[in-house]
Design a binder for this molecule. Structure first.
Ligand SMILES: Nc1nc2c(c(=O)[nH]1)N[C@@H](CN(C=O)c1ccc(C(=O)N[C@@H](CCC(=O)O)C(=O)O)cc1)CN2
Ligand code: GAR
Length: 229
């Protein structure tokens, strides 16, 4: 059987993408292949990482503002629909947002929810890596915000999670949550390093968990389907 196809969306350096590239088709993320990396930033180094992979991973680029300029009258919902089209054309079994800095609307989420993965399951799961604990610091700049909150004595530690993607940003069901300790008066760079090292682990574990869950759910459903036939 062909490996599970993973599509990764990025906007930046791609260090989490690199963790996924290094883990694909290893015991950490068995029977997987990243089949597309899509960025909304042309200069994202993650695109270079994909092209440097062995074998090279196909890449694509689509940014909101250039898209709107090239399509007069188009809106953000049209952009999100085009992102869904590009992603689905790569026939994913799993979609991972790895530092994708764009809030996705229903015209992205609904096609993914209606789509059928090559492995036979539907919807196609979409997961996101977020550098904060559940319910804390939703949205952008979460690292800086949780660092400041800890230094002000408002939270006991930092954290990161991998969660399912729903319309409400960073409010999808967590798949993996990990606390990241912080120290009073330490520089943010020291905390950020610890947090990124944790992220590189949980993005692989979270992807594996998402695939395991959808595999078991699908085979369970298929089992019932055979029973009915
Ligand atoms: N529907 C969803 N879309 C996205 C989710 C999600 O859970 N549901 N997760 C985010 C990732 N993310 C935090 O984890 C996040 C990224 C970006 C933003 C944001 O405010 N983006 C601005 C643009 C900012 C920029 O271009 O620098 C925007 O979209 O207008 C919030 C949260 C990914 N999408
Ligand atoms: N709200 C989403 C968000 O802030 N995501 C964050 O972007 C960074 C991407 O790093 P990378 O490009 O090196 O993988 C990661 O720290 C990730 O948690």
């Amino acid at each position: 059987m062909a490996p599970c196809r993973i599509v990764v969306l990025i906007s930046g350096s791609g260090s989490n993408l690199q963790a996924l590239i290094d883990a694909q088709d290893t015991p950490a993320l068995p029977d997987t292949q990243i089949t597309l990396v899509l960025s909304n930033r042309k200069a994202a180094y993650g695109l270079q990482r994909a092209q440097n992979a062995n074998p090279p991973i196909p890449t694509d680029y689509l940014a909101l503002q250039p898209y709107l300029k090239a399509h007069p009258g188009a809106t953000r919902t049209d952009y999100d629909a085009e992102v869904a089209r590009i992603v689905l054309a790569a026939q994913p079994d799993l979609v991972i947002l790895a530092g994708w800095m764009h809030v996705l609307g229903d015209t992205f989420l609904e096609p993914l929810s209606a789509a059928k993965a090559p492995r036979g399951w539907s919807p196609v799961p979409v997961i996101n890596l977020h550098p904060a604990m559940p319910g804390q610091f939703d949205g952008a700049h979460a690292i800086e915000r949780q660092y400041a909150a800890f230094q002000e004595g408002k939270i006991p530690h930092g954290g990161a999670m991998v969660h399912r993607v729903i319309r409400d940003v960073d409010r999808g069901t967590p798949l993996l949550v990990r606390e990241v300790p912080m120290k009073k008066d330490e520089p943010i760079e020291a905390f950020e390093r610890r947090l990124h090292e944790m992220e590189w682990k949980i993005i692989v574990e979270g992807a594996a968990k998402a695939l395991l869950e959808v595999h078991s759910l699908h085979s369970h459903t298929c089992l019932f389907a055979h029973d009915d036939s």
